[in-house]
Design a protein around this ligand. Structure first.
Ligand code: AKG
Length: 290
């Protein structure tokens, strides 16, 4: 893609809060990612209940696996790690976020054939709040997806609108916009992204999005990976399903910020302690460990 095409893309992303691209990821990558996914689906046949790698549907079985999601695929197969941490998805994140980018988490939503579950309308930032609204998620369909398969729908411009309460009427976390609030989310205006295998989406963490059940006989695997600007810090340390993987917070491109701005005040930043270099205030101050 030429620099001018990337500029147009960025303009669309900033205006609408999302983009959809049919030709960004090539067939070689799609084939490799698919092979890795099917290996993991096979492993789910013999997985114990509660295996943290898998989020099965209630009627999942070893004879007929039905997974809703594979958690943190970057930790489960090097193909996913290559793709998300130093591959096409990383490149797109840099185009949309600028040169300094951190990885946050990944997941593979499979939406199995013949009834794979819906994802109700929601925004992502309430699940994993950060110190800014730069986080975004890049999705790749690993199979061709049409309107019957529960494609992802995103409401244009909603990233600049209301940030909704994702609790139910009794105040319990539901992860979805309340039915009574949906009229304010303008979901009738949603754009549904369909296309051949490899079709790529990117949506901002404030964009309202969701998808219907998969009513087709084909599965709808959507590989998702989330990134933020390098100077955006996750507030609660959480990722998807409450977990982040081993690669969370990795600086995938550029450099760590020298200064951080929070509530309008700028301060010199500490090193990236996520990498484990922190020992103790005494050791650092006494220069044992500089
Ligand atoms: O799988 C989808 O259609 C949407 C995914 C999503 O929004 C999520 O997992 O947070």
């Amino acid at each position: 893609m030429s620099p001018r095409e990337f500029d147009t893309l960025l303009e669309a992303y900033e205006r609408d809060g999302f983009i959809g691209l049919q030709t960004f990821v090539d067939a070689g990558w799609v084939a490799r990612l698919n092979t890795a996914m099917h290996r993991l689906i096979d492993e789910s046949r013999s997985a114990e209940p509660g295996d943290p790698r898998f989020d099965p549907e209630p009627d999942h079985s070893s004879e007929a696996p039905r997974l809703r999601r594979i958690n943190s695929p970057v930790d489960l197969d090097p193909t996913f790690a290559d793709f998300a941490l130093d591959g096409p998805a990383t490149d797109l994140a840099v185009e949309l976020l600028g040169p300094d980018v951190r990885f946050h988490h990944s997941k593979l939503n499979i939406k199995w054939s013949d009834g794979g579950e819906e994802v109700k309308w929601h925004q992502d930032i309430q699940f994993w709040p950060h110190t800014d609204f730069s986080p975004l998620t890049i999705g790749i369909y690993l199979e061709a997806v049409d309107g019957e398969m529960g494609p992802m729908g995103i409401v244009p411009g909603s990233h600049r609108g209301e940030l909704f309460d994702l609790r139910d009427d009794d105040g319990r976390w539901s992860g979805a916009i309340r039915d009574g609030d949906l009229h304010r989310a303008d979901t009738d205006a949603a754009v549904y992204i369909t296309g051949p295998a490899g079709t790529t989406t990117a949506h901002n963490c404030c964009a309202v999005h969701g998808s219907a059940p998969n009513r087709s006989p084909r599965m709808r695997p959507l590989l998702l990976q989330s990134y933020s600007r390098a100077d955006s810090y996750p507030l609660l340390g959480v990722g998807t399903n409450g977990k982040v993987g081993q690669s969370a917070h990795t600086l995938v491109r550029g450099s760590a910020p020298e200064r951080l701005t929070i509530e309008g005040r700028t301060m010199p930043a500490a090193p990236d302690w996520y990498k484990g270099a922190y020992t103790s205030i005494f050791a650092h101050q006494q220069a044992d460990n500089r």
